[in-house]
Write a protein that binds this ligand. Sequence first.
Ligand SMILES: Nc1ncnc2c1ncn2[C@@H]1O[C@H](COP(=O)(O)OP(=O)(O)OP(=O)(O)O)[C@@H](O)[C@H]1O
Ligand SMILES: [Mg+2]
Length: 208
Amino acid sequence: MARNGLLITFEGLEGSGKSTQIERSCEYLKDKEHDILFLREPGGVPLSEKIRDILLDVGNTDMTHECEMLLYMAARAQLVREKIIPALENGQTVICDRFLDSTLAYQGYGHDMNVEFIKDLGEFVTEDVSPDLTIIFDIDPAKGLGRIKGVKDRIEQRDLDYHARVQEGYHDIARQNPQRVKVIESDRTIEEVFERVRQYIDDVLGNA
Ligand SMILES: Nc1ncnc2c1ncn2[C@@H]1O[C@H](COP(=O)(O)OP(=O)(O)OP(=O)(O)O)[C@@H](O)[C@H]1O
Ligand SMILES: [Mg+2]
C-alpha cells in the first residue's frame, strides 16, 4: 500500500524545545484539517514504552553502548510497524518526537560508534520510512540542560562533553541531508522559533 501520509520528526538536545514546538505544530496542522497522530520515541506503543523505561532508568548503570543502541532500535522497529506505517498508509500526518536521527546523534556520535552501521541498521528497522521533514532545534547544551526541571534521566545525566558530541552529530546530519533536515536556532522566544517551524511545515505541505 502507498504511504501517502506525511511524517514530520522533531529532534534536538534535551530542553531544546521539541515538546513545546510539537504542541504548537499539532494545533497548527489540526486547524488545517490534518488527521494527526502524535508519537514519541522511544515509546509510542506499550512494548516500546517498556523499553523506554529500561533505557531511561538511572539504575541501569551497567548498560553497554551496544545494548543501548539496539534497544532504541528495537523500540523503533515495533513503533514503525505497529503505528507509523499503518498511519502513513491511512494518509495521516504523523508527528514524532525523536526518530532515527536521535540514535545516530546520541549513540553514533555521542558514543563514537559506527555511524554507517547504525544507518544501515536504521533502514532495516524503519522499513525505509524516512521523514518528509525533520526539524532540529539547536541550542547550547548547557542552556538546554538548564531548562530541564526535575530529576534527570539516564541520558540527561551525561556530561556536557557527551551532549556537545551529540550536537555536533546533529550538525553533521543536517549538512548531509539539506533537503529533509532543517535546523532552527532555538535560543529565541517560543514565538520566534514557532514562526520558523511554521514556515518549514508550510514548505513541506506545499511540496507534498
Ligand atoms: N524558546 C524558548 N525559550 C525559553 N524557554 C523555552 C523555550 N522553548 C521551551 N522552553 C522551556 O524549556 C523547557 C524545555 O522545553 P521542552 O520540554 O519543549 O524541550 P524538549 O526538547 O522537549 O526537552 P526534552 O528533551 O527534555 O523532552 C520547558 O520548560 C519549556 O517551557
Ligand atoms: Mg520533550
